[in-house]
Ligand binder design. Structure first.
Ligand code: GTP
Ligand code: SPV
Ligand code: MN
Length: 599
């Protein structure tokens, strides 16, 4: 007997079962016992390796197929009824055509496997309007990961009752088993589709078991589908961290930050300030849902329940709070290296051990040519284990945002921090955000591309409409005073001519946060430049930091020639959106051009 009488849910499961023909259907309750059974079976079958419980209790090492290591943007589709609604930044296919193609792929695709029913909720279950989803998947790795990343199981199903709305999210690795056929450790399919149906709020994913392709509550639901709901309902679903920042005087500020994938959200969200007396607490590290409160402010919640963080580069010097979170166990590590004594290791974690097993299951020594861990290897760990989790994380109202940071990874041009002149200028900065591509998505790494609001791969509709939606936020909620956050543009990744990072980053970013807070308070020295307000050389608190004066000047520099070179690129970018581009953004570009001419 299914543990629910929700008619729409039952009908959908019946339909999918008939199509995909799994050997059995299992309803996930989210219990400890279920986790133990799942992970035991995955260890037994060779898909997971249990780590030494003394080092990482209840934690596991997973290796993917070498062809299934990151999000696949080329295979990600927004299947709106009208092609124009997907806009120029998304892949599109007509919903009927996509459904008929994928139906053929799904036919019999779960043969020999178990189909798991995973009821989940994005955000707290006690929210006024809980955001439900149900993922059907044939991957026990996905079930285990969903248990870390979302609130899932019986409690959700109960809360859904008989008639709650939910997002149906269908996932298959696309690797049916013939009778008696032995499974591989990481089943997947060369053919991959990550499809979204914005009008009917459905997700269909096929062929990949990896992160954002398969944990469908995350990017697919909480960003692509939610961004469409947010546009319709007057809120924002964004690729942002959320932090609580307390000054030595005890003043609390809440800051959200949008940086593209693998550009520093998790690190900033868990930052340990080097400036004495300052305190950071984590609310979220990847996704923020922001709605107007009756006070006219934008209130942000983190819909997730876990952290799916980039492993390489994480250690006690860069992100000690992530290391403390992981030490508590209950985590899955994917595509990192395994030490001979049953712990994990990755590049950036100090001196390498003499021998490791690398992410491809090969012997690795410090002399090996390739890194031991894939650059997009990840830890998946419960957010409640984070020692600096803010109490407000649990509050369905969220936190009122004082400042939004947009940031990218740029070796040149973009200074350490710039304050926008006003909201529309801030939207312009977000809409023209540029960043070097990273290993978080399949494709070439290090190529500068526009990544508006760090949402390029995640906007579920036309990006021109998305920019307009951001501009319209300035109208606030009807009838209320609108108190929007101030917008800043940061770049931790500017480099010197010798290729070194000019700014030490990580905990030292607290110095930039202090300046941001001072600007919110109407203090903090800045020069008005063509691109916005940039701190003067002595405006940043650099107490105790050994930073070369030339490096400081270089990291804050607004170079007229470099910015003039951006103008044709932004013009080309804006031209893509035709008449969907809000005219005020063209005006911003014109004004920038004029200011640069005068500079
Ligand atoms: P996603 O989970 O893919 O969305 O990434 P993210 O934005 O959370 O990025 P994350 O914080 O995991 O950082 C990605 C990489 O950038 C890691 O290798 C970090 O070590 C590195 N990084 C983060 N912050 C800084 C910084 O301030 N300076 C430098 N130089 N590197 C940083
Ligand atoms: C990102 O790529 O922005 C991530 C990792 O946070 S994934 O879940 O794969 O999308
Ligand atoms: Mn992300």
């Amino acid at each position: 007997m299914p543990p629910t009488s929700h008619p729409r849910l039952l009908a959908w499961i019946e339909e999918v079962t008939a199509l995909t023909t799994p050997d059995r259907v299992v309803w996930c309750d989210g219990s400890e016992q279920e986790w133990r059974n799942l992970t035991d079976a995955l260890v037994e079958s060779g898909s997971l390796v249990r780590l030494d419980p003394e080092k990482k209790p209840n934690s596991f090492w997973a290796r993917t197929d070498p062809g299934d290591v990151a999000r696949v943007e080329e295979r990600t589709f927004i299947c709106s009824a009208d092609e124009a609604d997907a806009g120029p930044t998304n892949n599109w296919m007509a919903p009927a055509e996509m459904k008929s193609t994928m139906t053929e792929l799904y036919r019999g695709c779960m043969r020999g496997r178990t189909m798991y029913v995973v009821p989940f909720c994005m955000g707290p279950l006690d929210a006024p309007n809980p955001m439900f989803g149900v993922e059907l998947t044939d991957s026990p790795y996905v079930v285990a990961s969903m248990r870390i990343m979302t609130r899932m199981g019986s409690g959700v199903l109960e809360a859904m009752g008989e008639d709650a709305d939910f997002v149906p999210a269908l996932h298959s690795v696309g690797a049916p088993l013939a009778p008696g056929e032995k499974d591989v450790p990481w089943p997947c399919n060369d053919t991959k589709y990550i499809s979204h149906f914005p009008e009917t709020r459905e997700i269909w994913s096929f062929g990949s078991g990896y992160g954002g392709n398969s944990l469908l509550g995350k990017k697919c639901y909480a960003l692509r589908i939610a961004s469409v709901a947010a546009r319709d309902e007057g809120w924002l679903a964004e690729h942002m961290l959320i932090m609580k920042l307390t000054s030595p005087e005890g003043q609390v500020r809440y800051i959200a930050g949008a940086f593209p994938s693998a550009c520093g959200k998790t690190n900033l969200a868990m930052l340990e300030p080097t400036l004495p007396g300052w305190k950071v607490e984590t609310v979220g590290d990847d996704i923020a849902w922001m709605r107007f409160g009756s006070d006219g402010r934008l209130w942000a919640t983190n819909p997730e329940f876990g952290l799916f963080g980039v492993a390489p580069g994480t250690d006690f010097h860069t992100n000690p709070n992530a290391m403390r979170t992981l030490a508590r166990g209950n985590s899955v590590f994917t595509n990192v290296a395994l030490t001979d004594d049953g712990d994990i290791w990755w590049e950036g974690m100090g001196e390498p051990p003499a021998h490791l097993t690398d992410w491809k299951n090969q012997d690795w020594t410090p002399e090996s040519e390739n890194p031991s861990s894939h650059p997009n290897s990840r830890f998946c760990t419960p957010i409640e284990q984070c020692p600096i989790l803010a109490d407000e994380y649990h509050d369905p109202r969220g936190v009122p945002i004082d400042a939004i940071l947009f940031g990218g990874r740029r070796r040149t041009t973009v200074p350490l921090v710039t304050e926008a002149r006003d909201w529309v200028h801030g939207v312009y900065l977000g809409a023209t955000l540029s960043s070097e591509t990273t290993a978080a998505a399949v494709g070439q790494v290090g190529v500068v591309r526009r990544d508006p609001m760090a949402m390029l791969p995640f906007i579920g509709y036309h990006a021109g409409d998305y920019f307009q939606h951001w501009i319209d936020m300035a109208k606030g909620a009807p009838g209320d005073a609108c108190k929007l956050p101030k917008i800043f543009y940061v770049n931790w990744f500017r480099r010197g001519e010798d290729g070194r990072f000019l700014w030490p980053g990580f905990g030292e970013n607290s110095r930039v946060l202090k300046w941001v807070v001072e600007r919110l308070d109407g203090k903090g020295e800045a020069v008005e430049t063509a691109i916005g307000h940039v701190p003067t050389a002595d405006a940043l608190d650099l107490t105790g930091l050994d930073l070369d004066a030339d490096d400081l000047a270089a990291v804050l520099r607004v170079d007229r020639e470099e910015w003039l070179a951006e103008i044709p690129q932004v013009t080309e970018w804006f031209t893509k959106f035709g008449d969907k581009l809000p005219a005020v953004l063209w005006s911003e570009l014109d004004a920038l051009r004029a200011r640069l001419a005068d500079a």
